[in-house]
Design a protein around this ligand. Structure first.
Ligand code: ADP
Ligand code: ZN
Length: 746
């Protein structure tokens, strides 16, 4: 449909995106004008032609028509750097919904004056040999802070003071005392710089294995040949994927190109980043949520000026304004954090591919447990696929054992630890090696299960657990519901009255452990022990320095860490995530268990993983034991196809939130009915209450829309947006968000 008016933003002042002005679209442009385009418009009293961006188009003017000026022309030459970002924002708005302003705010860095904070840097003031002596001395005296400090500086690095006292938990006194002894020096300056700097090449490059070499060379050869097919690097944990990325990045830098490396925030640890700094020196920069807006802006400016060539960061690093982007790397591609949880709810993988299309760049993503989406595309040829099947050097994949907790119960072991796991723990502790214990606490509050036999209440129509609500149990995928069972209800499976909502926490396990192994040193890592900035790194760093025997934690401990002395990984309850009220529960369980098991035996010593479960026959576990991703993929994909779930099908979640329950319900029903009427060929499910029915006193209703084609869902979404607008729903204090192919259930 032709639109006659366009809303144009004249100045993209980054502080806050300015109010749009309305212009007439001349007949000659009606067919071609698109949201996101750069235009020239008359502005102000003198009607000087100014540059602006189209953020919306409409047929109903906001002012008397005769007062509205007309767009002069579409600008196509000498576009400012922002033009690409705005065009990307236009694509994101089209694909994921929401307003253009939301999309622009996502892709454009916030402009903020960087306050001239004085920064301090620490570096060695003595020779390498002298520093080594100091280090040996500190080690002998068990001065762990001093050891950490010297080890950070020894490769010849300049490290920011705040990084040392923060992430590396070195005390100011330690730094001061070494400064007084003349071992190190502290320099002050006013500009924001990288928290760590090396002279480039401080790290001797590893000689790649023939397979690593082959992959890196193949990828670069394809790039030179103009092949921009996105690539999936499927390599088991510890197979050397990061080394492959670095080799490819080096090739890109040699071609004068710039690179974005996405890493899940939680894996953005000192160790990971350090590898990149050492290899590439000062052209590397890092963006993370701990940087202030000013620091972030400053980093992006340096990127734009070409001073930074490799930007590492979480999802938002995608929007680094490189002029010569050559490659986007996405590590741990399967991680759900790559999906934004605010509007526009974009997926970094999809946006990366879109950016690559716009800039003629390549995309390389890697994982030990690829998402179903990525593997599906690799199978269909939409992506190319490289494999690394073995670990590097002497390290072998850990042996994985499954313990049936039902058997334990029958043998009168009522505790949280099976006899097998206890035995292994005792062995490992006796040998002075380390243990990681993993408690999967995700989504456990929702489901109802029997303590006696492990039975879980599930939807009869979908393979997902029912979620508890006030007085009923509900399936969020098909709307099925039944009355909620009480504590007296006999279990449908074994008849015993032990049906309960599931809860089990890390604190409880820690108490248990202390009783069982009084001498063992235990570190606990969960949401409670990582509240403060730097807590996370402090715990990991202490564990890697051997300051504890056991690291106990939630899924935050399973990501990407490389502890060579860990030879036992215990998973205390593998069932939980399998019955989350989520069609992705199986995928997530397989990923988490594989990643957890992958923490064991990364050094010279072989490792073992013990997984405790009530469902030893579950296909996720079975394929995890044999580490057979392909078999898992086939079984999981068959289920997705049968049930029309992504990636076999596409799914759009429309979420409505509001404070007044009744009004929200009626609006949600109205929207769903209107959509059903206007799209009889599309499956529209709901509305139903979201699994967390109320957050912050706001009720949540959800509508799911399914179709084989994304384009059809985009059309339905556009239709929903115009229904919402026509009925002034948003004005009624109801918030509506869209989520295309959500990575979790609502
Ligand atoms: P992944 O990213 O697949 O988990 P990494 O790249 O982190 O694997 O490699 C695992 C370990 O093996 C790291 O300690 C890394 O330094 C080492 N490594 C990787 N490639 C080589 C190689 N070609 N030669 C020697 N060591 C290597
Ligand atoms: Zn169902």
């Amino acid at each position: 449909m032709k639109k006659r008016f366009a809303d144009v933003i004249i100045d993209i002042s980054h502080e806050k995106v300015d109010r749009p002005f309305q212009y007439k679209i001349p007949d000659s442009l009606q067919e071609i004008l698109e949201v996101g385009m750069c235009v020239r418009v008359p502005f102000g009293k003198g009607n000087h032609l100014r540059m602006g961006y189209v953020v919306d188009m409409t047929d109903t003017p906001d002012y008397p028509e005769e007062k509205i000026k007309q767009i002069d022309r579409i600008e196509t030459e000498n576009l400012p750097a922002e033009a690409r970002s705005i065009r990307l924002a236009g694509w994101m708005k089209h694909h994921y919904g929401g307003t253009m302003i939301q999309a622009i705010k996502t892709v454009l860095p916030v402009k903020q004056e960087v306050k001239a904070v004085v920064q301090r840097e620490v570096s060695l003031a003595v020779s390498h040999d002298e520093a080594c002596c100091c280090l040996a001395d500190a080690k002998a005296k068990h001065q762990v802070g001093k050891v950490r400090l010297l080890e950070a500086l020894l490769p010849g690095a300049t490290v920011s003071y705040s990084l040392l006292t923060g992430k590396l938990s070195v005390s100011p006194q330690t730094i001061k005392s070494l400064e007084r002894q003349g071992v190190l020096r502290i320099d002050s300056f006013e500009e924001y710089r990288n928290p760590i700097r090396f002279a480039a090449g401080a790290e001797v490059k590893k000689k790649l294995t023939p397979r690593q070499q082959e992959i890196a060379e193949g990828f670069l050869a394809d790039y030179d040949g103009g092949d921009r097919t996105p690539a999936l690097l499927f390599g088991v944990t510890g197979s050397g994927k990061t080394e492959v990325y670095m080799e490819v990045i080096e090739g890109m830098l040699a071609r004068g190109k710039q690179v974005i490396v996405l890493i899940p925030e939680i894996a953005l640890t000192y160790q990971t980043v350090l590898r990149f700094y050492r290899r590439f020196g000062d052209v590397v920069s890092v963006i993370n949520s701990r940087l202030s807006a000013g620091e972030k802006y400053d980093q992006l400016r340096r990127a734009k000026e070409g001073k930074v060539k490799v930007m590492i960061g979480p999802r938002s690093a995608l929007f680094t304004p490189f002029e010569h982007l050559g490659l986007i790397v996405i590590d741990e591609e399967h991680e759900p954090v790559y999906k934004s949880d605010t509007m526009p709810k974009y997926h970094a993988r999809e946006v990366a591919i879109q950016i690559a299309k716009m800039t003629d760049a390549a995309v390389l993503m890697g994982s030990a447990t690829p998402s179903l989406e990525a593997n599906y595309k690799a199978m269909s040829g939409e992506y190319k696929k490289y494999e690394l099947k073995t670990r590097i050097g002497a390290a072998v994949m850990p042996k994985i054992e499954v313990v049936d907790m039902m058997q334990e119960l029958r043998q009168k072991n009522m505790g949280m630890f099976s006899r097998r796991l206890q035995e292994e723990m005792r062995n490992v502790l006796a040998k002075g090696e380390q243990i990681m214990l993993f408690l999967n606490r995700r989504g456990i509050s929702g489901l109802m299960s029997c303590r006696a036999c492990g039975y879980v209440y599930k939807c009869p129509h979908c393979d997902v657990a029912l979620s508890q609500h006030r007085n009923k149990m509900v399936c969020h995928y098909c709307g099925y519901e039944q009355p909620r069972v009480t504590n007296q209800t006999p279990c449908p499976e074994c008849g015993k009255p032990y049906v309960r909502g599931f809860k089990m926490g890390t604190e409880k396990v820690e108490e248990y452990l202390t009783d069982m192994f009084p001498g063992a040193r235990i570190l606990r890592m969960d949401a409670d022990t990582t509240r403060q900035k730097g807590d996370y790194e402090a715990i990991l760093s202490a564990f890697s320095q051997g300051e504890a025997d056991i690291l106990l934690g939630t899924q935050m401990i399973v990501k990407g860490h490389d502890f060579k002395n860990v030879t036992l990984v215990g998973v205390l309850m593998a069932d939980i995530s399998m019955y989350e009220a989520d069609y992705r529960a199986g995928e997530r369980t397989f990923q988490i268990l594989s990643q957890a098991a992958g923490r064991a035996g990364r050094g010279e010593k072989p490792g073992i993983a013990v997984i405790q479960t009530y469902k030893p026959d579950h296909y996720c576990l079975q394929h995890c034991i044999t580490q057979d991703y392909d078999a898992f993929y086939e079984e999981e994909m068959a289920y997705r196809m049968l049930m029309d779930y992504p990636p076999a099908y596409h799914m759009l979640a429309v979420m409505l939130t509001g404070e007044e329950e009744k009004r929200l319900d009626s609006r949600a029903s109205m929207l769903a009915d209107a959509l059903k009427k206007s799209n009889p060929d599309v499956r529209i499910i709901g509305p139903a209450p979201a699994s967390i029915g109320k957050i912050n006193d706001k009720y949540r209703q959800i509508i799911y829309i399914k179709h084989a084609q994304t384009d059809v869902l985009i059309r339905v979404k556009d239709r929903a947006e115009s229904i919402i607008k026509a009925n002034e729903m948003l004005l009624k204090e109801i918030l509506i968000t869209f989520d295309m192919d959500p990575v979790h259930a609502y």
